[in-house]
Write a protein that binds this ligand. Structure first.
Ligand code: PBG
Length: 323
C-alpha cells in the first residue's frame, strides 16, 4: 500500500497538525433569555442549565461570559401576557423590558456585541411573527412594525439586528429605516433560511411564545427544501444583509454548506433550543459523553461552513475549556 491515511492519525501531535476545522470563542454567540423583575433566575425546564434572567442578573451573567472571552450575545425577551397585543406594540415601547436590557448591557459593557432579535412573536397576542388577519399572516403591513422594532433596537445601542420573522422584503425594509435614521453602521444578521422546525419547542417554552393557532409554515421554510434556501439567501444579500443565517443547524448542515458555497458573506448557524435539549437529555441519562458530543456538534457546524454559531452551549464549552 502506497497510501495509508492512518499515518496522519497516528498520534495527537500529528492529528492536531492536520486538523482542518477549529471552533474558538470568537465564533460563538450566546443566546440569553430576559424576564421582568429583580433578582430573577428561572431555569427553562426543557433546557437544563439555561435560565431566564432579570436585567440585574443578566448583567452578572454577561460579565462572567466576557471573562471567558465570550463576547457576543443574542437577547430574547419573555413578555408578560397582558403586555401582548395584535400589533406587538410593546416591542418598540421606550420603557419596555427588552429596550431597557439593551441599554443596560451597552452601558455596562460597551465592548460586548449585542445582537437583537427582530420578530413580533414574543410580543404578539397571536404568537405569530406577523400581523394576523382572518387567520392569515400579513406580510407588507408587518414590515412597518419590524422597521419600528429594529430602529428602537438601534437607538438603544444594538450592534447587530437579527430579523428572525421570515417576512418577504424585511431585510431591505429594515436596512432603509436604519440608514434613513443615521444607523448606517448597525449590521443585519438575517435569518435567511429559517425552517418551520420542530426543534424550536423549548425556546417557545422559555418565552411562552408559541403560536396561539396554526403553525408557521406560510412564512418559515419547508424542511424538505434546499434550493429554496438559495432564493432566500440571494434576496437577503441583495437587500443588504451582512450575515446570512441558517436555522436550525444540525439537521440542515447541507443548507449551511450550500449557502456558504454561493456567497462571499459570512454564514451563521443557529444551533437551536431543541438541538440543545436533545443533547442534554441524552447526557442526563448517561447515554452520551458530554464533552465529546458537544464539541463534535459545534465542530460539525463549523466544518459545514458556518463562521458564527449561535449556541446555548457557548458558555459551558469555554467554562470547561473544551475548545
Ligand atoms: C422567533 C424565533 C424563534 C427562535 C428564534 N427566534 C422561534 C420560532 O420561530 O418560533 C428559535 C430559537 C431556538 O429554538 O433556539 N422569531
Amino acid at each position: 500500500m502506497l497510501q495509508r491515511p492512518r499515518r496522519n492519525r497516528k498520534n495527537e501531535v500529528i492529528r492536531q497538525m492536520v486538523q482542518e476545522t477549529h471552533v474558538s470563542a470568537a465564533n460563538l454567540i450566546f443566546p440569553l433569555f430576559i424576564i421582568d423583575g429583580v433578582n430573577q433566575k428561572s431555569e427553562v425546564a426543557s433546557m437544563p442549565g439555561i435560565f431566564r434572567y432579570s436585567i440585574d442578573n443578566l448583567l452578572r451573567e454577561i460579565e462572567s461570559c466576557l471573562k471567558l472571552g465570550l463576547n457576543s450575545f443574542d437577547l430574547f425577551p419573555n413578555i408578560a401576557e397582558e403586555l401582548k397585543d395584535k400589533f406587538a406594540t410593546e416591542s418598540y415601547r421606550d420603557k419596555s423590558l427588552y429596550l431597557r436590557a439593551i441599554r443596560e448591557v451597552k452601558k455596562n459593557f460597551p465592548e460586548a456585541c449585542v445582537i437583537t432579535d427582530v420578530a413580533m412573536d414574543p410580543y404578539s397576542s397571536d404568537g405569530h411573527d406577523g400581523i394576523v388577519e382572518n387567520g392569515e399572516i400579513l406580510n407588507d403591513e408587518t414590515l412597518d412594525i419590524l422597521g419600528k422594532m429594529a430602529l428602537a433596537h438601534a437607538q438603544s445601542g444594538a450592534d447587530i439586528i437579527a430579523p428572525s420573522d421570515m417576512m418577504d422584503g424585511r431585510v431591505g425594509y429594515i436596512r432603509n429605516v436604519l440608514d434613513d435614521n443615521g444607523f448606517t453602521n448597525v449590521s443585519i444578521m438575517s435569518y435567511s433560511a429559517k425552517y418551520a422546525s420542530a426543534f424550536y419547542g423549548p425556546f417557545r417554552d422559555a418565552l411562552n411564545s408559541a403560536p396561539k393557532f396554526g403553525d408557521k409554515k406560510t412564512y418559515q421554510m419547508n424542511p424538505a427544501n434546499q434550493r429554496e434556501a438559495l432564493i432566500e439567501a440571494e434576496l437577503d444579500e441583495l437587500e443588504g444583509a451582512d450575515f446570512l443565517m441558517v436555522k436550525p443547524a444540525l439537521p440542515y448542515l447541507d443548507v449551511i454548506k450550500l449557502i456558504k458555497d454561493n456567497t462571499e458573506l459570512p454564514v451563521a448557524a443557529y444551533n437551536v433550543s431543541g438541538e440543545y435539549a436533545m443533547i442534554k437529555a441524552a447526557i442526563q441519562r448517561g447515554w452520551l459523553n458530554e464533552q465529546r458530543a458537544i464539541t463534535e456538534v459545534l465542530t460539525s457546524i463549523r466544518r459545514a461552513g458556518a463562521t458564527a454559531i449561535l449556541t446555548y452551549h457557548a458558555k459551558e464549552v469555554l467554562e470547561n475549556k473544551w475548545l
